[in-house]
Design a binder for this molecule. Structure first.
Ligand SMILES: Nc1ncnc2c1ncn2[C@@H]1O[C@H](COP(=O)(O)OP(=O)(O)OP(=O)(O)O)[C@@H](O)[C@H]1O
Ligand SMILES: [Mg+2]
Length: 311
């Protein structure tokens, strides 16, 4: 049973901006769902609606979490500047009826121990971000919503936070996390929602998204001795459609680009057995690669202008 249903959600801000247009999807418990898309795509709007911070113009969000809670960390800093780091987290623990021991655990998890007594105003940007995340993670929740939690964190801290979120999902929570760090998304998330100008472009398992986006794999082979000079022609003739072949000018090796879904086995089967392989490597396109190739360019193609030169 889905723990979270976003049903035909549209958000029009008072300024007239249509930030979300008829977005629908469901999320199962135990999932880390990454919300991705360009700046201004509507990610924060969506996450703020799911958190209950703002109301949709139309449509509904149903968090079917029983008596469980929804905890959230917004993109914009929301802390009490006059309180210490520890007090900021303790405040949320008290409001949610969470045992104080959880405050110490989360301080340790996010390496905030050394600044625990410092006022929020006097800590670094990354530490502030950690406080925000700590406030979301201190309580047990059925749904966690984190808007770009790793922005501004050092790489080790970012990795740790994403791993921790995966752990919470494995324990049965639902995690919604927006991020521009597509490598981290690929490592951590099970599903992906792609927003584009407020519209839902995709809701798929991450690996499926990468495959459907036309990801390829480049297999590079080095032979023990150069190929016979007739071999490149023979290889080109037997090359399956959709594969691209490049042979080294000295015939010492080749590279073949295949759809990611093809896998390595057909490539090995295609190589004539008389070619002795000395070294082989395969480079798969990542989520980041396919996103940059297919979805990153927000600039519309320029109109073709015809200029007639008067003689
Ligand atoms: N409070 C607001 N009032 C009016 N328009 C807003 C408001 N917040 C966001 N917008 C607009 O709504 C659209 C979606 O913004 P949103 O913050 O949801 O994008 P985002 O995907 O989170 O972007 P980013 O990657 O920069 O965080 C943008 O066009 C933005 O300018
Ligand atoms: Mg945002």
């Amino acid at each position: 049973m889905p723990s979270l249903t976003v049903d035909h959600v549209t958000k029009r801000y008072r300024t007239g901006t249509e930030a979300l247009l008829d977005v629908s999807f469901t999320v199962e418990p135990g999932t880390v769902l990454a919300v991705v898309g360009h700046n201004g795509a509507g990610k924060s709007t969506l996450l703020n609606i799911v958190s209950g911070l703002i109301r949709p113009t139309s449509g509904t969000v149903t968090a079917d979490v029983g008596r469980g809670r929804v905890m959230w960390a917004p993109q914009r800093t929301m802390v009490d500047w006059s309180l210490t780091v520890r007090q900021n987290i303790e405040l949320v623990a008290r409001l949610t009826g969470t045992p104080v021991a959880a405050v110490d655990r989360v301080l340790e998890l996010l390496d905030l121990d050394k600044v625990r007594s410092r006022q929020a105003e006097y800590i670094s940007g990354g530490q502030l971000q950690r406080v925000q995340i700590a406030r979301a993670l201190v309580a047990d929740a059925a749904v966690y919503v984190l808007d770009e939690p790793t922005a501004g964190l050092d790489p080790a801290a970012g990795e740790l936070v994403m791993e921790h979120l995966r752990g919470r999902a494995a324990a049965g929570s639902t995690v919604l996390v927006s991020s521009h760090d597509l490598d981290a998304v690929e490592r951590t998330a099970s599903g992906l929602v792609l927003l584009d100008e407020g519209r839902l472009r995709a809701h798929l398992p991450v690996a499926e998204f990468v495959r459907r986006a036309g990801a390829t794999m480049k297999v590079s082979v080095v032979f023990a001795e150069p190929m016979p000079d007739t071999m490149p022609d023979r290889l080109a003739r037997t090359l399956p459609a959709e594969w691209t072949l490049t042979t080294a000018p000295d015939r010492a090796g080749l590279a073949v680009q295949v759809p990611l879904a093809t896998g390595l086995r057909p490539v090995l089967a295609w190589l004539p057995p008389e070619l002795r392989v000395q070294d082989l490597s395969a480079e798969k396109q990542s989520l980041r690669d396919v996103y940059l190739a297919r979805y990153a360019d927000r600039t519309p193609a320029p109109e073709t202008e015809t200029v007639t030169v008067q003689q």
